[in-house]
Design a protein around this ligand. Sequence first.
Ligand SMILES: Cc1ncc(COP(=O)(O)O)c(C=O)c1O
Length: 473
Amino acid sequence: MIPIVPATDRTPTAFLEAYPSFASTRALDELRAAEYPALDRQGHTYLDFTAASLYATSQLDRHMALLRTTVFGNPHSTNPTSSTATEYVARARRAVLRFFNAPADEWAVIFTANASHALKLIGESYPFGAGDRFLLTFDNHNSVNGIREFARSAGATSTYVPVVLPDMRVDERDLMRELEDVRPGHHHLFSYPAQSNFSGVQHPLAWAAAARAKGWHVLLDAAAFTATSRLDLARCGADFVVQSFYKLFGYPTGVGCLLARKTALETLRRPWFSGGTITVASVQGDKYYLAEGESAFEDGTLDFLSLPAVEIGLQHIESIGIDVIHERVRCLTGWLLHELLALRQVNGAPLVRLYGPPNTDRRGGIVTFNFYGRDGRAIDHRLVEQRANAATMSLRTGCFCNPGGGEIALGLTGTELSSCFRQPEHQTHMTVDDFKLCIDGKSTGAVRVSLGLVSNEADVGRFIAFARGFIGQ
Ligand SMILES: Cc1ncc(COP(=O)(O)O)c(C=O)c1O
């Protein structure tokens, strides 16, 4: 439950009284000053941690020192520089397994370019066939939605389970009904995000074990979850888990991973082979043999110079403690929600309409909403973004690559969307303005504020002051 803070009293003292445990995260204020100096020196209000976390200067220093003092060759050979690179890749794999408490005999770490690449590996390799099922929540990133195209072309059926306003959670009866529909002899893949990148809802991790017990493979999108919440794979029933490391610790970009249960990995069928994924391939014999385990999924040369920075980044988070980060973000999110929901437009109506839970129960540090004007209509999210930009404030607007979340939040129905997409002029092309016209002037997007490891009270305070600027508009 959210502690009661009088809406009129917006001093940090009131915040600290409402969230006394915030004091236990004070080390992060010192860390922000010492290790993230550009943030305050350049006057940024950074409220876009779900899009990308920020990196500490010590991460860069350690990585650069390693590159300066070590000779790395392309892995996959026995020569000395190659062996060094191979050892650092292996270290990064071990660090990932350790961080997520994934037993090494049960889980494989496949390094990818990002979470989307990891999801595509599943989409193209899952043995979808006629009569198979792909089940997913409305609330999913487009890189999960895109898997339905692999399912479609193989003749499998895709089914979406809705999320329900105002909290944007799934009605578990709907989900369980779908999970019960298991067809003997067929493949079943269920995918959902551990945390919504739209509403911040944390969908139950317990679904994974429940679905698996009924015969489903479970693909958990952890991309928006792991930066501020602990994921313990020894206790999680998922088969496949995807992430992008820049979302956890800012640097490096261009590296993500697919964590896969080894038993589930065996069911995947790669549609091609490439350098690095085979033991033997022959031109004249027209034959190839895939390598075992993760090697079969890592096409070509890994980003071997960046991988040591993954180990460094994970150590950075471990040195702070993921539970400390979680607590800090929980406190700030609770305060942000309370202050934002207390604001009133001049007509007496709430200034914002929130899409997601109004308190800190089973949610992360993502707060998504629209401002409403004195005329009772939503204020265009693009205007909000322009004003935020002018205030050196980084937030995000639109639907965040999560159209299912957006459609539910903004009340767009399947019927109106289909009739819009069927219009001849919209067969192949549509701008945001076309779309807005097509759906009769309804909002096409929302405003998202997301908090992370070095967010502080001042960031939230500046955002609330910015929000007050819409009163009377
Ligand atoms: C929940 C979720 N899944 C997947 C992705 C895709 O991540 P990437 O763009 O790094 O591939 C994102 C990115 O925002 C996300 O928030």
